[in-house]
Design a protein around this ligand. Structure first.
Ligand SMILES: [Zn+2]
Length: 308
């Protein structure tokens, strides 16, 4: 099956600092791994700048205004303990959100059924009114909200990053037509993501302890799929973070996944998509900080998306 690849070189110009793990080389590692794969034929898609009106589907006007008018010059501006903005960051953040919105719209127009957005900065920690954890705009939440205008009724986000997607969850809590289904390590930063009896039916969290074997991670992830299936989405968006890889330095090697485990998880998502969404899946890069593990894991994920 054809897979579209949405990306843009502007996202290399987000430079939070030489020491920062969320660095431009991540995007290069992903795009090169995908472009070097002889068996993959990806349809190139350009990531447009997200429009203000789309960003404001999730973020209040004053927050969007504050971000879009930042002009760091030669220095970086610090937004939270982990999130920094350089001269190229505002355009990069708009391209990152714009990529996922455009992938959703192209899916809604029937042009493509599968897409992968190779983007940075990532998005799933960004709260409506606050940048957080390397994230500036809530990329997949913005796209999920935009999906409605594109004709989708119900959208499920599946998030397999090692960290909890607190920002996406915060947005979805007020929108029963959007489901957030997420696996994360717990305890781990940002501390949220443990399932509670008070969770609304559209918020489905599952946790694995530090050091869980891959088989336990798979079993826990598998438990999310019937919930996504029962929600009967007509589009699935994946928050594809690869920092549960055993070599990841930010995930602190807390989980023990290999690239093949991400392919397995992707096939499980695709199986639900075949039943519920006419196979339509939009995936967007979140974390993953060991360059080689990231490239190989993203490649395994996209190959599984292309399997059909
Ligand atoms: Zn992460």
């Amino acid at each position: 099956m054809d897979v579209a690849l949405y990306t843009h070189a502007d996202m290399l110009d987000h430079r939070p600092g030489d020491w920062h793990p969320e660095r431009p080389e991540r995007l290069r590692a992903v795009v090169e791994a995908l472009e070097d794969a002889p068996d993959l034929c990806l349809i190139p898609g350009e990531a447009p700048l997200a429009e203000r009106c789309d960003l404001e589907l999730v973020h209040p006007h004053r927050y969007v205004e504050r971000i879009l008018t930042l002009s760091p010059g030669r220095d970086v501006v610090q937004l939270d303990p982990d999130t920094f903005v350089s001269a190229g960051s505002v355009l990069a953040a708009r391209r990152a959100a714009g990529a996922v919105v455009e992938a959703v719209r192209a899916t809604g127009r029937g042009e493509i059924a599968r897409s992968f957005c190779a983007v940075r900065p990532p998005g799933h920690h960004a709260e409506p009114e606050a940048a957080m954890g390397f994230c500036i705009f809530s990329n997949v939440a913005v796209a999920a909200r935009a999906a409605h205008a594109a004709g989708f009724r119900k959208v499920a986000v599946v998030d397999f990053d090692i960290h909890h997607g607190n920002g996406t969850e915060a947005v979805f809590r007020g929108h029963p037509e959007l489901m957030f289904a997420s696996i994360q390590q717990h305890p781990m930063w940002p501390g949220s993501g443990r399932p509670t009896p008070a969770d609304p039916p559209n918020i489905v969290n599952a946790v694995v302890p530090p050091g869980a074997p891959a088989a336990q991670w798979r079993k826990t992830f598998e438990g999310l799929m019937p919930r996504v299936d029962a929600f009967a989405p007509d589009l699935i968006i994946v928050s594809a973070g690869f920092d549960a890889h055993r070599r990841d330095p930010v995930g602190d090697a807390g989980q023990s996944l290999e690239a093949e485990d991400f392919a397995w998880a992707t096939r499980a998502i695709v199986e639900v998509a075949r039943r519920r969404t006419k196979g339509r899946v939009v995936s967007s890069l979140e974390g993953g900080y060991d360059l080689e593990a990231l490239g190989q894991s993203a490649l395994a994920h996209v190959r599984a998306l292309a399997e059909g």
